[in-house]
Write a protein that binds this ligand. Sequence first.
Ligand code: GRF
Length: 195
Amino acid sequence: MFNIAVLSSGHSRGSNLRAIAEYFRVNNLPVKIAFVIRTVADAPITEVCDEYNLTCHHLSIRDKDKFEAKVKYLTEYHQVHLIALAGFLKCLSSDFIDTVNVPVLNIHPALLPRFGGKGMYGIAVHRAVLAAGDIVSGPSVHIVNSAYDEGEIIAQEKVDVSACHTAEEIASLVLMAEHRLYGRAIWAYLKKLYS
Ligand code: GRF
């Protein structure tokens, strides 16, 4: 059995968490979501946790050192094999990445290295894709290092956005691809790393 942890921040919707949990359930995979972190008490992701009976801890991120120390403690306590960021918009410190001892993955809603980096989150990403006139976009799953969106890319899915006229249309197509990609990428990475 593999244990994973999912970190979100702010008012995270939790749609990727739902897709991941559903992927593991439908495919009967030996992956347990040991705990979920939210940084805002009433974030919508709480409802997804209730639905899937997942432990969801509320941790303030105002003091980042304290936040990271608590995540590290929980990761060790639950013998977590991998941390997946889903809607986690903060930068983790290099000290955390270096000492947590498990890989940290993130999903980004664009084909990195395009449209990554500071400020590139949410609808801003899709506006930039539209402004650039790109006809293909899609999510990337990458290993997290302490620089925004710059870690090794381990999975991507290309999405034809040529018929989209607004950033919102692109966002909705890319989000559907995120839901197809993330659980699969996490499972493939766990297998590669630990078997
Ligand atoms: C997703 O678009 C993901 O790519 C980005 O944050 C968003 C989270 O959405 N990192 P949700 O909370 O999983 O619905």
